[in-house]
Design a protein around this ligand. Structure first.
Ligand SMILES: [Zn+2]
Length: 277
């Protein structure tokens, strides 16, 4: 991933996606906003206990930094499920000014409508950003351990295929900053579900202990789902950034003991189609 300083913000992007001009994507950090601890500073989530005024200001700062109008930001409720929504023109702007209007029970969004900026919010969970440069379709998914074992990434690729005729081998995907295998100790009940989903642990669990604990590698688990669906390894970029280790830059629920803010991962199809001047 590459970091770019823009105004007071630090914006990250995937090299596999930056080479295409048809879509703009970003991952924000916690720097540059107005929220007070424990949401300092650029908290984008209304649902975490921060003041709504601060969240709205932060969203405005991000929108103007990215030169995307705030009413194009579109948010999902995010329930750690595997529900994927195809976002229509009428849904543009969902959840921008309050959490209640976020797209109901949704953890991944896909659209072929230009100028809808699909955003998921993160504080240790994995963001995955998708682009099909052939069909001109974008998507974004939120995958914590629950979403991962419920196969939210598989479902998202299926929506690209079934609703937009995408070929998985054309999809480009970035797996963003989240809690890494270095810091994500989980119990046997979580590992049992991982094993179920992958018919084995599939290289997703490190350093298991006799009491059944282990370190879950959500990056590997989500990369495996992408590849199993036919996405090419050369089209997948893994940020490899652990939010818990890098808690100065990213919000981490685990590092902060639960209460903290959320950063964002988003993608927006540009108005002019690729190849059209
Ligand atoms: Zn770590």
């Amino acid at each position: 991933m590459l970091e770019k300083k823009m105004n007071s913000l630090s914006i990250w992007g995937f090299e596999v996606l930056l080479k295409y001009t048809g879509a703009t994507h970003f991952i924000s950090t916690r720097m540059g906003g107005v929220s007070m601890p424990p949401y300092d500073f650029l908290n984008l989530g209304f649902h975490v206990g921060d003041t709504p005024e601060a969240v709205l200001r932060n969203r405005g700062i991000l929108a103007s930094t990215l030169s995307i109008s705030l009413d194009r930001f579109t948010f999902a409720e995010q329930i750690h499920g595997a529900g994927v929504k195809v976002v229509t023109e009428e849904q543009r702007g969902s959840g921008v000014t309050e959490h209640q209007t976020s797209l109901y029970a949704t953890d991944a969004m896909v659209t072929d409508v230009p100028d809808i900026c699909l955003i998921v919010l993160l504080g240790d969970c994995v963001p995955v950003i998708f682009f099909d440069p052939i069909k001109n379709v974008v998507g974004v998914a939120h995958a914590g351990w629950r979403g991962t074992v419920r196969s939210v990434i598989r479902n998202t690729v299926m929506v690209f295929q079934e609703r937009f005729g995408s070929s998985p081998s054309d999809l480009v995907a970035g797996i963003g900053p989240s809690i890494g295998p270095c810091c994500y100790e989980v119990g046997p009940e979580v590992l049992a579900q991982v094993e179920n989903t992958f018919s084995g642990k599939n290289g997703c669990v490190d350093n298991e202990t006799p009491d059944g604990k282990g370190y879950l590698n959500l990056w590997q688990a989500n990369k495996a789902q992408l590849m199993e669906m036919g996405v090419l390894e050369s089209n997948i970029e893994l940020s490899g950034i652990c939010t818990c280790c890098n808690h100065d830059n990213f919000f981490s629920r685990r590092y902060q003991g639960g209460e903290t803010g959320r950063f964002g991962a988003g993608i927006c199809l540009k108005t002019s189609k690729i190849g059209v001047p």
